[in-house]
Design a protein around this ligand. Structure first.
Ligand code: GDD
Ligand code: MN
Length: 364
């Protein structure tokens, strides 16, 4: 496997030389093609010059530079380069400041080699640690960042969603549209994890001890924290989009049903014939909208004719329920408004429709 360790740097002149050497030391124990890619954002302290000098010593060391746009933007550039130019099979994310122990790199790689797609060096699983001397604010910041990611963005099963020490198969990253991620800063970490989970990545957490940097200072600012919180809500909204869309489609189906029912009767059709026709019409428009809009992102292995067959079965069931309701109400209340009887049939039909379509026709 070809593995590229990405080191994003901004003003890390005191750390970068040391971390490059420490990594090369670890690489000797790893039976894979190991490369380092430094993504420096034109650090004014001359970090890039140190990397350039080290390139004379190490042929597996690469450097790209660019404008400072945030940690996430740097990782996006680095990942694209690692995939397109270096043809990496696995990418590692790692801080350049020794917060992440280079000695843990072999364990992360072993876990990937064992079959995982997305390995997190985790501070919040048994055996993992945050620095003893972290102040109240820093502790709260990290805790709350994870609470937001887990309970608002919905990644309950992952303990450390914000970690910056990870190994990821590029087969997963290639499925993600990195440019579409709406985050520039540290929030990138949770967005990437979220997208990986959507793409069925096998996620594993292994314990690591996070240590405070001894040289230089942290770049995590207030705007990163704000972006972090907003991003968690954005992800939540994205998640509920399927349900929102289904509701919109359902509401449009009610309109199609009742308007066509009224129209058909106005054209002189008997209400007992107009009813099932109107129901069928709304089932078809609902199916088409759900197929091409609500569930369009669901990966479904069914051939189109199988899905069509399932659709017919579902339609038949909901049409039956809906029409039975209409007939029953017309009988109980023969003088009543037919539109009301027709509308009442929509309720049980919608439930059956949603259940069968979501768990069967459009099953992932
Ligand atoms: N190229 C580039 N551009 N690098 C950056 C930028 C940027 O805008 N901002 C930060 N970096 C680099 C730093 O130079 C360092 O190597 C690494 O990214 C992490 O930055 P730190 O400033 O040391 O972050 P931290 O220790 O406060 O944050 C840690 O915890 C976060 C939350 O759990 C890191 O592990 C993060 O990755 C993690 O998300
Ligand atoms: Mn750090």
């Amino acid at each position: 496997m070809k593995i590229v360790v990405i080191l994003p740097t901004y003003n890390e002149k005191e750390n970068i030389g040391l971390i490059i050497h420490a990594l090369q030391e670890q690489f000797r124990k790893i039976p894979h093609d190991m490369q380092i890619l430094v993504v420096d954002d034109n650090s004014p302290d001359g970090t890039a010059e140190i990397v350039k000098a080290a390139r004379n010593e190490f042929s597996n060391l690469h450097l790209i530079t660019g404008e400072k746009q945030g940690l996430g933007a740097a990782y996006v550039r680095g990942m694209k380069y690692a995939i397109n130019e270096l043809h990496a099979d696995v990418i590692m994310e790692m801080d350049a400041d020794f917060s992440h122990n280079p000695g843990d790199v072999p364990r992360l790689i072993e876990t990937i080699a064992g079959g995982a797609d997305f390995v997190i060096g985790s501070r919040y699983v048994a055996g993992g640690k945050i620095p003893e001397d972290w102040g109240f604010l820093r502790r709260m910041n990290s805790r709350w960042g994870n609470v937001f990611a887990r309970y608002i963005a919905g990644m309950y099963s992952v303990r450390d969603c914000t970690a910056g020490f990870r190994a990821i198969r590029t087969s997963i990253i290639k499925k993600i549209d990195l440019d579409a991620l709406k985050v520039r800063g540290y929030a990138f970490q949770i967005s990437l994890l979220y997208e990986a989970i959507l793409n069925h990545a096998k996620v594993r957490e292994i314990p690591v001890e996070f240590v405070d940097r001894k040289r230089g200072e942290t770049k995590l600012g207030l705007s990163d924290i704000v972006e972090f919180m907003l991003n968690a809500w954005w992800i939540r909204f994205e998640r509920s989009k399927t349900f929102l869309r289904f509701s919109v489609v359902g509401a449009s189906g009610v309109v199609v049903n009742l308007v066509s029912f009224t129209q058909l009767m106005a054209m002189g059709l008997n209400k007992f014939i107009a009813s099932p026709l109107a129901i069928e019409l709304s089932i078809i428009t609902n199916f088409l909208m759900n197929n091409f809009w609500t569930f369009r992102n669901r990966e479904n292995n069914d051939k189109i004719h199988i899905r069509g067959l399932k659709f017919n079965v579902v339609s038949f069931a909901s049409l039956g329920v809906s029409y039975a309701t209409f007939l029953a109400l017309s009988r109980v209340d023969p003088g009543g408004i037919p539109q009301l009887h027709q509308a009442a049939g929509i309720v049980p039909a919608t439930l059956i429709n949603y259940f069968l379509n979501s768990y069967w026709t459009f099953k992932e």
